[in-house]
Ligand binder design. Structure first.
Ligand SMILES: [Zn+2]
Ligand SMILES: [Zn+2]
Length: 344
């Protein structure tokens, strides 16, 4: 089968490798159909690392994936051959305090697809434990399955923030994660939603998903707009989903006294900067989000309801052979790209 290997910064090659075998009775062999290109894949491609996770050997990227079950181990009961599934990309240990406490996303022994040294899903077949497969609801395609991964992260962070109906929010960054947050708070009954981004086409998508006020970050600062349009109060929650220096500070500046800030973004230089006094005086709660826990099934069900046009986040499709083109285009935000998927 074909697989796309990242060899280090800016180098991807397609190689032939053996189809993996089912080893445990609870394993399932899945033929991969769609794999999303995520911001983290782009970090590995451009920088060769995310923080202390460094690409030392060659690695197969990709963790947002969906496909069809082609074979099952003897003890598999929940999925069967021919079933269409989305993949939950983190295989956690199941026995540590975090797994038992309901937060497998914090498992120190988690094997997360496409994160060094664990190979990801940019290949024709993968073997996964049965519990990592979520069946695709009727009416959803493999691309929707891919979208369940970023949407699960959006939903999970919104839950962590204790968001409740009627709150005002600001979302900094309208990429797939920021738009997933938008989708979640819109369905959850936010009163007023501000969204900022540098890219006008992404703000257009934010409007389609129900943003009340979009802010072109090239011309205006969201903290000024929020202050002016909330009578100086600020929003209840600022969601940071850009990871670009100033956006961390902005996500705290938009929040009201006693409010919350939620951090999704990955800073390139391993630093986040806030104004310490502003954060302290407001007694701001700053909440970090690590991937997601138990949210992928809900994500799929909410996409399937079609109350908002979430599937339109996928703007581009490429065959596996053109993976590098997809990574470059996504890295350079060219051609109106929001989410690119690789079709296998
Ligand atoms: Zn992702
Ligand atoms: Zn664990």
């Amino acid at each position: 089968m074909k697989a796309a290997f990242l060899l280090g910064k800016n180098r991807v090659v397609i190689e032939d490798i053996p189809v993996p075998e089912i080893k445990k009775d609870t394993d399932v062999l899945v033929r991969i159909k769609s794999v999303g290109i995520c911001g983290s894949d782009i970090h590995y491609y451009l920088e060769g690392k995310i923080g202390s996770q460094i690409v030392e050997d060659k690695i197969i990227l990709g963790h947002e994936a969906a496909g069809e079950v082609v074979d099952t181990g003897k003890a598999v009961t929940r999925v069967k051959k021919g079933q269409r599934v989305a993949l939950e990309p983190g295989i956690s240990c199941g026995v540590c305090e975090h797994c038992i406490g309901g937060k497998p996303n914090l498992c120190p022994d988690v094997k997360f697809f496409g994160t060094p040294p664990v190979d990801g899903a940019l290949k024709e077949f993968v073997v996964m434990p049965e519990e990592n497969l979520i069946s695709l609801p009727e009416g959803l395609d493999y691309n929707d399955g891919v979208l369940s991964e970023p949407l699960a992260i959006g939903l999970y962070g919104v839950k962590l923030s204790g968001f409740s109906v009627g709150e005002d929010v600001a979302i900094i960054g309208a990429g797939p994660i920021g738009l997933s947050v938008l989708f979640s708070v819109k369905l959850g009954g936010a009163k007023r939603i501000f969204v900022s981004d540098l890219l006008p086409y992404r703000l257009e998508m934010a409007k389609k998903l129900g943003a009340d006020r979009v802010v072109d970050a090239r011309r205006e600062k969201i903290e000024n707009i929020v202050r002016a349009e909330t009578g100086g109060r600020g929003v209840d929650i600022g969601y940071e989903a850009a990871g670009k220096g100033e956006t961390f500070r902005q996500s705290t500046e938009v929040a009201r006294i006693g409010g919350r800030t939620v951090i999704y973004g990955i800073p390139e230089d391993d630093r986040m900067e806030f104004d310490a006094h502003s954060v302290r005086r407001k007694e701001l709660r700053i909440i970090n989000v690590r991937r997601s826990a138990h949210a992928a099934k809900l994500a799929l069900e909410l996409i399937a309801e079609r109350r908002l046009p979430f599937s339109s986040l996928i703007t581009h499709e490429f065959p596996l052979e053109r993976i590098e083109e997809a990574l470059k285009m996504a890295a350079e935000y060219r051609d109106g790209i929001i989410k690119a998927v690789i079709k296998l």
